[in-house]
Design a protein around this ligand. Structure first.
Ligand code: F6P
Length: 319
């Protein structure tokens, strides 16, 4: 193992820069040459590569986004695109690749692995939908961003005595909604993992109104329903004003929390260790208090377990 490359792919996540820094510095510490490939798999096809030195990753640990840029690359799904990427990596004599991203990025990594390259995946996605890691890089920051947004919306909800339906990201995972809803004291949390009944949501709101509750916050994960359709249904059964806030991509930006920076530093450093040990074809994760490696096939054949205990707690506390 002499030359490794790092790449960020798919949706960016706060803390990716801290992971790049860890990979670069740990590699240099071990005497490896380390390169950054720009714009994910698209950069492999378009041959965008740069040598990374200690200074290349200075002053980035606290920055959101990714200095390597990122992309979703439909071209890499074609044989032609893949052949170009394989030829580029062979030509550059890359011995090992670290791919920071989510599920789609790891599927791309498996394609490279099957073509004979050594790859390690580092989970970086705000969705926290990767199995065999309790947290993916960026999730904690996104949850804090949403919790902060709930605080702000709550102020205006209280002043106007309104109901707010807030839609959060997460693709088909309800993790952001669940954790931010718990942290922000949302009255109802709607997630794709759990069946929901809007009549019951309305009944619950009405019970609150009867008890003198003058405002409410309902958190909806994008994978469960659209906030506008939820708001429309609620408006039919309550007399109060209902408003919608869609938080969108602001959940992907911002300064990574200390938790995400520490997680990214640990996972990035471990990815380099694994390559040096000759391991490949797996992701790193923080699982039950330990940094572990899990083969891609295991990742693809499992769905991240939903935290039902937290879900139950949230609905009990939000009465
Ligand atoms: O996977 C991260 C994520 O932010 C999801 O939560 C969301 O559904 C999706 O990416 C949005 O993708 P894009 O940035 O391509 O619109």
């Amino acid at each position: 193992m002499k030359k490794i490359a790092v790449v960020t792919s798919g949706g960016d996540a706060p803390g990716m820069n801290a992971a790049i820094r860890a990979i670069v510095r740990k590699s240099i510490y071990h005497g490896l040459d380390v390169y950054g490939i720009k714009r994910g798999y698209l950069g492999m096809i378009n041959q965008e590569i740069e040598c990374l030195r200690l200074g290349s990753v200075a002053d980035i640990i606290h920055r959101g986004g990714t200095i390597l840029r990122t992309a979703r690359s439909p071209e890499f799904l074609t044989m032609e695109g893949r052949e170009k990427a394989f030829a580029f990596l062979k030509g550059e004599r890359i011995d090992g690749l670290v791919i920071i991203g989510g599920d789609g990025s790891f599927r791309g990594a498996k394609v490279l692995e099957d073509a004979g390259f050594s790859t390690i995946g580092v989970p970086g996605t705000i969705d926290n939908d990767i199995p065999f890691t309790d947290y993916s890089i960026g999730f904690d920051t996104a949850v804090n961003t949403v919790a902060d947004a709930i605080n702000k919306v709550r102020d205006t909800a209280t002043s106007h005595e309104r109901i707010y339906v807030i839609e959060v990201m997460g693709r088909s995972s309800g993790y952001i909604a669940l954790q931010a809803g718990l942290a922000g004291g949302a009255e109802t949390i709607i997630v794709p993992e759990a069946p929901f009944d809007l009549t019951e949501v309305c009944n619950r709101l009405m019970r609150g109104v009867k008890r003198g509750k003058l405002h409410s916050v309902i958190l909806v994960a994008e994978g469960a329903a659209s906030a506008f359709s939820v708001a429309e249904e609620i408006q039919k059964c309550v007399q109060m004003e209902v408003r919608v806030t869609i938080l969108g991509h602001l959940q992907r930006g911002g300064t990574p929390t200390a938790f995400d920076r520490v997680l990214a530093s640990r996972l990035g450093a471990k990815a380099v260790d694994l390559l040096l040990e000759g391991k490949k074809g797996c992701t790193v994760g923080f699982w039950k208090g330990e940094i572990i490696a899990t083969p891609y096939d295991e990742i693809f054949s499992h769905t991240k377990e939903f935290s039902w205990d937290d879900y139950k707690t949230a609905s009990i506390l939000a009465i």
